[in-house]
Design a protein around this ligand. Sequence first.
Ligand SMILES: NC(=O)c1ccc[n+]([C@@H]2O[C@H](COP(=O)([O-])OP(=O)(O)OC[C@H]3O[C@@H](n4cnc5c(N)ncnc54)[C@H](OP(=O)(O)O)[C@@H]3O)[C@@H](O)[C@H]2O)c1
Length: 242
Amino acid sequence: MSDSKKWAIVTGGSRGLGYETAKGLIAAGISVCIIGKDQERIEESAKTLGCSYRSVDVSDSKKFREVLTEITQDATSKGFEVLDVLVLAHGVMSDKMSKTLRTNDEEWRRTLSINLDAVFTAVNQLAPAMAEARKGRVVVYSACLGRMSGPGTHGGLAPYRISKAGVNAFVKNLSYETGLGARGFLVDAICPGHCRTDMGGEDAPRSAQEGAETAIWLATRDFDATKDKTGLLWEDRTVVDW
Ligand SMILES: NC(=O)c1ccc[n+]([C@@H]2O[C@H](COP(=O)([O-])OP(=O)(O)OC[C@H]3O[C@@H](n4cnc5c(N)ncnc54)[C@H](OP(=O)(O)O)[C@@H]3O)[C@@H](O)[C@H]2O)c1
């Protein structure tokens, strides 16, 4: 295995958009480790993709960190250097009736801990080495429901919308902390559009493959810090105001 071989971790890789993103990265020649919660499902998906895998509940920050450490140690033992790509595609939708005044602590915590806290855990665990090495890309699946403009935070699904607004803010804040791409480290959020996955439902207008395309592009694009941008929310390779 050559020293320059790239590798990636993709959460939510067992199905839907994470699975399609992992597939695209593998097709681009990147070695991938996928993470999911359900042991059988992640094992099956990894077998189909021909990649490595781990199962963990990402909302358990202690266990999630342990698993990320194990994955990194395993990659190092196989000759890989610092992680090149981290795609955070795990996520849950909040209950249909979760308006702010109707939801409860349990539903709020469930959604926020998976959709937002686990994004912090993964980035805080893995990205310091990437930033230090002056390389690496972090791509986080957000959603247009988290925008403060357009179709975003217009009521309902409060825990989900707020978690995704948090993701957008997280990405922007981190990009400023890491030099807006000038130091070789990129961090971006994407809205995949409404896609046919378990979360999006079978009547959604886009395929998971279409929804994953921009994440794959962000993870692999050529980047020129004098003209290209990072720290933003993207949809179909275009920056979206949020
Ligand atoms: N689909 C859409 O239309 C749409 C639109 C906008 C944004 N998004 C966002 O895109 C991302 C992917 O969505 P999707 O449609 O692909 O969802 P999905 O088909 O429901 O898949 C969700 C993924 O997240 C993993 N996951 C959920 N909870 C977890 C936990 N506690 N620990 C570890 N893994 C967990 C699941 O693992 P298991 O298989 O093990 O459960 C699965 O791999 C999400 O962040 C979502 O909010 C989706």
